[in-house]
Design a binder for this molecule. Sequence first.
Ligand SMILES: C[S@@+](CC[C@H](N)C(=O)[O-])C[C@H]1O[C@@H](n2cnc3c(N)ncnc32)[C@H](O)[C@@H]1O
Length: 471
Amino acid sequence: MARKKNRKQVFTEVEVIDAGAKGKTVAKAPDGKVIFLPNAVPGDVVDVQTFKKRTAYYEGKATIFHKLSDKRVEPECEHFGTCGGCKWQNMGYEHQLFYKQKEVVNHLTRIGHIELPEVTPILPSKEQYFYRNKMEFSFSDSRWLTLDEINSNEDLGDKNALGFHIPGMWDKILDVKKCHLQADPSNAIRNAVKAFAIENNLEFFNTRNQTGLLRTMMIRTSSTGEIMVLVQFFKDDKTKRELLLNYIAETFPEVTSLQYVVNEKANDTIYDQEVIRYKGEDHIFEEMEGLTFKINAKSFYQTNSNQAYELYKLTRDFAGLTGEELVYDLYTGTGTIAQFVSKKAKKVIGVEAVPDAIMAAKENAERNNITNCEFFVGDMKNVFNQEFINTHGHPDLIITDPPRDGMHKDVVQQILNIAPQKVVYVSCNSATQARDLALMDANYKVTRMQPVDMFPQTFHVENIVLLEKRN
Ligand SMILES: C[S@@+](CC[C@H](N)C(=O)[O-])C[C@H]1O[C@@H](n2cnc3c(N)ncnc32)[C@H](O)[C@@H]1O
């Protein structure tokens, strides 16, 4: 059998011409193939060293920069390039927006073969930094070292880290000094907790050996000013746990919800673990247009609250409700979109897989004095069937906001069977949205589209589409 050639190649002075492709930029090799690069900006002229060759493309790295693009800006963050969080920080915001919109249009036209109406320009985020309301930091006893540190002869000092996973490396944690994604006191809490833990010999976790005490810390902030801190411990050590939690409570009295988890499993997800309230409440609230939403440690809530408000307003606008409609809100989470559109609808039915989220949705609706929303729990492809429609009524409009994988094909088929006049499809992954829209194209026409930037400095983009039934 012929061996696959995976020889490294060098291409000199190639121009970087595009961006998208999961955050990578794109250049063309002399043989016409595309090269994906993680470390360039469109407009750069670079030498490329390839490390992977496929039939249609190469993957490589820019090694020498002959010309730097005028689309470049100086990254704000000292961790840029090592941390995987904000890959586009070195590109001006207007250019980030341009490439995000281009990617959405490309996906819908090239994957979906959808005929698009005039696309409303992507909605920028007002905050380009410090826009996230939730961050999770990991503890590690062996922090990621940069090449410079490894090559230096200096004493590297403390090896503990509290920060983010290095992209693609499950056991390597970058020690973060200042993160530009969540507003203070997030950085202050993280840095103080790290220093206190070191001073008091609270052991940081070692993922490979599964040893240590401190695993992760989640910080949630809110527009109401409330703050949640949740520390995940590996061992049930009451003395050390209380030492740290009391320190957080005393040093940061503005924390309104202090909680913890003791997780002795190999993986650090808290979703199957008991969350214990230590001080304050077991939740915080988020507020939007007079509606309040209770958020507990496990709740999904859009991470850019201000831009979520814009996303929901656009969704409501696309829905064009008159007050007479029965609306289905598929993948409703804690019922945020359902409640947001409820004033303009006769009735809204929300469906979601996570039982806790549905409990929160019901509680939120009650607190908000909303009486025309009902919520049901279950896997969409099983729950959203003909019997469900017979019981709850034929929707005039469906709003759907699925996870990154998009909708199950049975769910798409069920929407086609129900054939509501309009569908509003909100998506955080335009590739799967394009796939789903292609399945609906014979019956529905895309009449409006609006990309929304929820995540500046990253390549992620949200997209809202209005589908109207073809006659
Ligand atoms: C992108 S979120 C949207 C949440 C909500 N619309 C909002 O804006 O807060 C997707 C939601 O789909 C839910 N989900 C994922 N897979 C599901 C499935 N198979 N059936 C029902 N819901 C599911 C997730 O739990 C999550 O709440």
